[in-house]
Write a protein that binds this ligand. Structure first.
Ligand SMILES: [Zn+2]
Length: 116
């Protein structure tokens, strides 16, 4: 695994470990009020919670995309970039231009989408 990705994951883990539940940590360690760290009212806390959830969801999507791009780069180096991972047929060039990290031909993708 790429070292920079490991470093990023560790930074992400440390950042979320200290920021997701800061008031719980404080209250457990120091006996402080859980609501003190989250803002003035329930609306503020809800907004902060939504912002955190949105941020985590974006990070998750970014991680999936990064993994897909890494896999596509590996397929380029192996010479199998335009080959469907499912049926091993050639993936249409326009499909690859539109989504360079795509793994499957349109036929296989439609079959998988229909199965789900
Ligand atoms: Zn296919």
């Amino acid at each position: 695994m790429d070292r920079s990705l490991n470093v990023s994951r560790e930074r992400y883990r440390l950042a979320t470990a200290s920021s997701v539940w800061p008031s719980r940590k404080l209250s457990r360690n120091r006996g402080l009020d859980c609501t003190a760290h989250y803002g003035k009212d329930e609306g503020d806390r809800a907004n902060m919670s939504l912002a955190r959830e949105t941020d985590l969801a974006q990070k998750s999507r970014d991680r999936v995309l990064l993994n897909s791009v890494d896999a596509a780069l590996k397929r380029i180096s192996e010479g199998t970039f335009d080959q469907c991972l499912n049926c091993e047929q050639e993936i249409n060039a326009k499909r690859l231009e539109a989504i360079p990290w795509v793994r499957d031909c349109i036929t296989c993708q439609e079959l998988m989408d229909g199965a789900n």
